[in-house]
Design a protein around this ligand. Structure first.
Ligand SMILES: Cc1cc2nc3c(=O)[nH]c(=O)nc-3n(C[C@H](O)[C@H](O)[C@H](O)COP(=O)(O)O)c2cc1C
Length: 324
């Protein structure tokens, strides 16, 4: 997820039981031109593997070139093509879900990427461009026909952006129609939701996006439930803060611009403390941090004031509205 699933968060998610992680979507054009900011986002550690690098673009040749560079230089386990991003500046050049208006283009992009890498190539799609063009099974079959190794479906259209609900029955229909593994995505807020999605749709895997914000332990919980074991409790507050601090320290090491990184990190802090009682004052301070060193004191003060006497569950959280 753009601006969220950077290397430090991916490492944390892997440690908390995610089987596979994927980079945020990266512009093929920027990769091809060796844009330094984009290449920096391609860096990942050995503890993130297995990892996919996700690329987007509507020029088949450029996508192929980017795939070749990613394969040669970064050697992830697979390349994922983004046909789902709804953001205006991406779709206006037919990138992301913009491609879904032209399924011949979708196939050309997939074929070109496959021709330029020996790695498996997966795709992430939405259910269509618009309500009128909504046809996830047709889109998915075209992706399979072009050679995709696996397909993830977020069953909303581009025009829906993030409104309404993800239509899980479309995941079931696609899983039924395809021979390749189908990964179900959309509106998983809890481990129970993930299990329900898997059981209701028969998908091969589940993809959790916003449900992991501030609670990477959702992966451990999901794994336990899928294996028929009891769900581990969400960590108590002090441990939750320790996890947030571990995340912060990784971000501090990873990012060259420390002040910018601390400011960017505020959103994670907001997610980690979401739902905590009497947290208004702490939140205000966390949203104002200018450096990583300020964070620990703020947490300590909350704990000293008795905040760690609270038991938390992760079951009542709402998904944060998407910013992109
Ligand atoms: C902040 C944000 C950034 C996202 N960035 C990406 C991205 O780079 N690539 C991608 O395939 N999906 C991206 N998504 C979409 C999610 O992967 C997912 O399909 C969508 O949020 C629905 O799943 P959820 O209900 O589990 O969040 C992003 C979503 C959010 C909220």
């Amino acid at each position: 997820m753009a601006g969220v699933s950077e290397s430090p968060f991916r490492r944390l998610c892997r440690r908390f039981g995610a089987d596979v992680v994927v980079t945020e979507f990266l512009s093929a054009e920027a990769i091809r031109r060796e844009n330094q900011a984009t290449l920096a986002k391609l860096r990942f550690g050995a503890d993130e593997r297995p990892i996919g690098v996700q690329i987007f673009g509507s020029d088949p040749a450029g996508m192929g070139e980017a795939a070749a560079l990613v394969t040669e230089v970064f050697e992830p386990e697979f390349i994922d093509i983004n046909f789902g991003c709804p953001v205006k500046k991406v779709v206006k050049r037919n990138g992301g879900s913009g491609c879904l208006k032209d399924l011949d283009l979708v196939q050309s992009v997939i074929r070109s990427v496959i021709a330029h890498t020996h790695l498996p190539v997966t795709v992430k799609i939405r259910s269509g461009w618009s309500e009128e063009m909504r046809d996830p099974v047709k889109i998915a079959l075209r992706c399979q026909d072009a050679g995709a190794t696996a397909l993830a479906l977020h069953p909303r259209t581009r025009t829906q952006m993030y409104s309404g609900s993800a239509r899980w029955e479309e995941i079931a229909a696609v899983a039924q129609a395809l021979d390749i593994p189908v990964i179900g995505n959309g509106d998983i807020k809890t481990a129970e939701d993930a299990v329900r999605l898997q059981r209701e749709t028969g998908c091969a895997a589940v993809m959790i996006a916003r449900g992991s914000f501030g609670q990477p332990w959702i992966f451990d919980q999901t794994r336990a439930l899928l294996e028929g074991k009891p769900k581990p409790a969400a960590p108590p507050v002090a441990e939750r803060f320790a996890i947030a601090m571990e995340h912060a320290r990784m971000a501090e090491q990873y990012e060259p611009d420390l002040r910018g990184a601390a400011i960017e990190f505020r959103k994670h802090l907001g997610w980690y403390v979401k739902g905590l009682p009497h947290a208004a004052e702490m939140k205000k301070r966390l949203f104002a941090v200018q450096s990583f060193s300020e964070i620990e004191d703020i947490f300590d003060e909350y704990l000293r004031a008795g905040g760690d006497n609270v038991e938390l569950t992760s079951d009542s959280r709402e998904l944060v509205p998407a910013e992109v």
